[in-house]
Structure formats: C-alpha cells, structure tokens
Design a protein around this ligand. Structure first.
Ligand SMILES: Nc1ncnc2c1ncn2[C@@H]1O[C@H](COP(=O)(O)OP(=O)(O)O)[C@@H](O)[C@H]1O
Ligand SMILES: [Mg+2]
Length: 159
C-alpha cells in the first residue's frame, strides 16, 4: 500500500473541522470515497468537507436522500454527495444515472462507497472511518491515483 495518513478526532465538531480543511483543497474532478460502519462520523466529515468547499446551502444529513447536490458562490462547480447506504448493490446505482453524475463538473463524494465498488472512479481519495472510543473516530486516508495523492498531501500538510 502506498502513502497513508491516519488522523483521530475526539468530537463531532473536530471531525467537521477536519473535513472543512480538506474541503478547501478540493478541485474540479476530484472524487472522495468514504467507508466505515454506521456512526463512524462519515456524514459529519462530509458536512465539513462541503462547508470547506464553499457549499451555500446548509448541509443536512442525507440519511434518506441518495444524492445531495450543493452549489457555491464563486463558480458553477457542484458538490455531489452520494450516499449509498440504502443501495442494495451496484445495479441500483446504475438506475440512478450514476454515469451522468460522474461526467458533470465538480467534486463527487461517495458515502458507503464500498457498496458500489466497480462503478467508482479509479482515482479516489479513500477515507476509512472507525469508531475507536466513545467520542474517538479514526480516519485513515489513502490515494488510489495521482489526483487523490495531491489531496492526500494537503491532508498531511494540515497536520
Ligand atoms: N469524533 C467524532 N466524530 C464524529 N462523530 C462523532 C465523534 N464522536 C461522537 N460522534 C457521534 O457519532 C455519530 C456520527 O454520526 P455520522 O456522522 O452520521 O456517522 P456515519 O455517517 O458514519 O454513520 C454522531 O452521533 C456524532 O455525534
Ligand atoms: Mg452517514
């Protein structure tokens, strides 16, 4: 395995803060994939990520929404948050016109990404979230391509 970074947070707010720092580095075409058990902090992290990217609307937990799309003021980029929790498998994502989402300009963040493995972009920043204590969450970052590696460097620089 190539370069990998691990960061532990100790509050939901700290997790959002971590996401926010990284969100500021997201560029058009970047993809971020999150995996990990329920309650591991994935949604909180993504809320921070969207905020750091510049999302205008308040970012709500998309527990019952498959795809949340955010815009920002400075350009026409989109922030797509795809939550695959309720997907039975990759077949479901196909009916979502997943390919259209991938082709649109912006950043794509996929929660429960392991559920649609095989459909994912090759070059992703992978983030594994784990519960390591009552309020401790460990985030493990690794890159599956050159774009993601640049993002990973930004993660490392901020810590
Ligand atoms: N360090 C932490 N980071 C993130 N969430 C935390 C942390 N400590 C406790 N929590 C709690 O864990 C839960 C995480 O929820 P959520 O972000 O929706 O997880 P997921 O999307 O992975 O299911 C929330 O109830 C949050 O308050
Ligand atoms: Mg979630």
């Amino acid at each position: 395995m190539e370069a990998q970074t691990m960061i532990t947070t100790h509050s939901a707010q700290a997790t959002r803060g971590l996401g926010q720092q990284i969100g500021g580095h997201l560029a058009d075409g970047d993809a971020v994939c999150l995996s990990g058990e329920l309650g591991a902090g994935k949604t909180h992290f993504i809320q921070g990520l969207a905020h750091g990217w510049g999302a205008l609307e308040p970012v709500t937990s998309p527990t019952y929404t498959l795809l949340n799309t955010y815009t920002r003021q400075k350009d026409t980029q989109r922030f797509y948050h795809l939550d695959c929790y309720r997907l039975a498998g990759p077949e479901d994502a196909v009916t979502l016109a997943f390919d259209d989402i991938l082709d649109a300009p912006g950043v794509l963040v996929i929660e429960w990404a392991e559920r649609i493995e095989g459909l994912l972009p090759e070059d992703c920043l992978w983030i594994g979230a784990e519960v390591t204590g009552e309020t401790a969450r460990q985030f493990t970052f690794w890159a599956s391509g050159p774009r993601a590696l640049k993002l990973l460097e930004a993660v490392g620089d901020s810590h």
